[in-house]
Design a protein around this ligand. Structure first.
Ligand code: ZN
Length: 421
C-alpha cells in the first residue's frame, strides 16, 4: 500500500466509537449468560442492522458452566474476626462454608508449587495475579491447574493492584476435578500473607456458584466482496460481573462497530468481503470463538484470509499486534503502520488471551490488536478484571487512533495481497 489510507479523515470526523463505548459500558457487569450481556447483544444487533447492508444474524452454541453468585472469606486473629474482600470466580464449583489452612505461594509459579509439594494438598493455596499482557507472566490458568493437580481444596488469587477490589477471571474448564476459586483484593492477599509469616493461618471460606446451561449467541454481520474470501473483524462482547468492562472489551466493540459503519458501503467493491463477529463466552475459555471455528468446514476456513481481533485497544498510547509470528500478518501490520503513521508493534509468541487464538490454532492467520503490551507499570490495562475497568479509562484520542488503525487494517486486508498461512 503506497497510498495513504482513505479512512483517516472519515474516522476522525464521522466516527461514533465514543458513543458506542459509552452505550456498552452502560450494560454494567455483562458477564456471559446475564441480562446485561443479552442487552449488549441486542444493542450490537440493532446497530449492525441499522447499517442497512449485508446480512445480520446470530449463531447459537451450547455452553454449560458455573455462574458465580457470592464468595466469603474471613480470618480470626487474636480472637478478632475479619471479613476479607473477595468474589467467586466464573466456573468455580461451590464450596460449603469450611475452615482451611492457607498456604501462601507468593507469585505462584510452577516452581513455587513444586517447592511447596504436598503442603498444598487439602489446603487453601494463595497466589498473586499478574499483569497479563507480558510474555513473561504466568497466567491464572497455569496457577489454577497447578493448585488443582497438587490437591488444593481452594484456590485464592489476590489482585496485584492496590485499592481496586478483588480480581476476577474464569477458573476451571468444566473438568470434574475443578476446585473452588475466589478472587481477592490486593489488601486481602497482603493480610493473609503477613499473618502467614507469624503463624498458621486458617480461613473460614464459602463459595456459592450455580450450575447453568446456556445458549451462547455469537453475532455476525456479513457484507460480501467480489470473491468468496473474507476478512473477519472480531471482538468479544461478554465481560465480568464486577465492572463496566469499558477497556475490556467496550473499546474493541466500539471500534469494530465504528469500522463496520464507516466502511460498509465500500465493501461490495473490494476483493474480499467483511464479516464482523461479536463473540461471547470469551471470558470463559474463549468458548464462543472456539465453537465458531470448530463449526467451519475446511473450505470455510480457507476462505478466511485473516481474523483481525480487537480486545482492549485502549488504555495505553502504544498499540501492539499479537501476530503468532506469522510473517504475512506482520507484513500487513507494517503496511498499515506506514499508511496511518501509527506504529503497531508486533508481539510474536502465540498468546491464548483472546479469540484470535482459536483462529491461529486452526491454521487461520489472525492477530489481536491490544494497547500497552509489556507496559505493566503505565498501561491502564493493568486494571482489567477489576471493578476499575470503567468508562473514565477510555481516552478519546486513543479510541480514535485504534479506530483509524482498524479501518486501515480492514481495508488493506480486504483489498491488498492475501495473507499467507
Ligand atoms: Zn478481553
Amino acid at each position: 500500500m503506497t497510498d495513504r489510507t482513505p479512512y483517516i479523515d472519515r474516522v476522525w470526523h464521522e466516527g461514533r466509537a465514543d458513543a458506542d463505548v459509552r452505550a456498552v459500558s452502560g450494560f454494567f457487569g455483562r458477564i456471559a449468560g446475564s441480562p446485561a450481556a443479552d442487552a449488549t447483544r441486542d444493542y450490537l444487533l440493532a446497530e449492525l442492522r441499522s447499517i442497512g447492508l449485508g446480512t445480520v444474524r446470530t449463531i447459537p452454541f451450547p455452553y454449560e458452566g458455573f455462574m458465580p453468585r457470592s464468595g466469603a472469606l474471613a480470618t480470626t486473629v487474636g480472637g478478632l474476626r475479619r471479613e476479607l474482600a473477595c468474589t467467586a470466580l466464573p466456573n468455580s464449583p461451590s464450596l460449603a462454608r469450611t475452615s482451611l489452612e492457607v498456604v501462601d505461594l507468593g507469585r505462584g509459579t510452577p516452581e513455587d508449587f513444586a517447592a511447596a509439594g504436598e503442603r498444598v494438598r487439602g489446603r487453601a493455596v494463595l497466589v498473586t495475579h499478574e499483569f497479563p499482557f507480558s510474555t513473561g507472566h504466568v497466567h491464572r490458568w497455569v496457577k489454577y491447574r497447578e493448585a488443582k493437580e497438587r490437591g488444593a481444596a481452594l484456590f485464592l488469587i489476590a489482585n496485584n493492584n492496590r485499592g481496586v477490589g478483588p480480581v476476577v477471571g474464569s477458573s476451571g474448564r468444566n473438568q470434574p476435578d475443578d476446585i473452588p476459586a475466589l478472587g481477592l483484593s490486593y489488601e486481602a492477599g497482603r493480610e493473609l500473607a503477613r499473618q502467614s509469616a507469624f503463624e498458621t493461618v486458617v480461613v473460614d471460606a464459602e463459595v456459592l456458584t450455580e450450575r447453568r446451561a446456556w445458549t451462547g449467541e455469537n453475532v455476525v454481520l456479513e457484507i460480501p466482496g467480489q470473491t468468496e474470501e473474507w476478512v473477519v473483524l472480531s471482538a468479544h462482547y461478554d465481560g465480568h460481573a464486577v465492572s463496566e468492562n469499558a477497556l475490556d472489551n467496550g473499546s474493541g466493540l466500539a471500534v469494530a462497530l465504528d469500522t463496520a459503519r464507516l466502511l460498509a458501503a465500500d465493501v461490495g467493491g473490494w476483493r474480499r468481503g467483511l464479516r464482523v463477529m461479536f463473540f461471547t463466552f470469551e471470558e470463559w475459555g474463549l468458548s464462543g470463538s472456539k465453537a465458531y471455528v470448530e463449526s467451519l468446514t475446511p473450505q470455510e476456513r480457507t476462505a478466511i484470509s485473516v481474523d483481525l481481533n480487537l480486545d482492549t485497544v485502549v488504555g495505553h498510547p502504544q498499540l501492539n499486534a499479537l501476530t503468532g509470528a506469522n510473517a504475512s500478518v506482520e507484513a500487513l501490520v507494517r503496511r498499515v503502520s506506514n499508511a496511518t503513521g501509527v506504529p503497531i508493534i508486533p508481539v510474536r509468541p502465540v498468546r491464548s488471551n483472546s479469540d484470535h487464538y482459536n483462529f491461529q490454532e486452526a491454521g487461520i492467520p489472525a492477530l489481536r490488536l491490544i494497547a500497552g503490551y509489556e507496559e505493566p507499570e503505565t498501561s491502564l490495562t493493568r486494571f482489567l478484571l477489576t471493578p476499575s475497568d470503567t468508562l473514565d479509562m477510555i481516552d478519546p484520542v486513543q479510541l480514535k487512533t485504534a479506530a483509524i488503525v482498524t479501518a486501515a487494517l480492514v481495508h488493506e486486508a480486504a483489498t491488498g495481497p492475501r495473507v499467507e498461512r
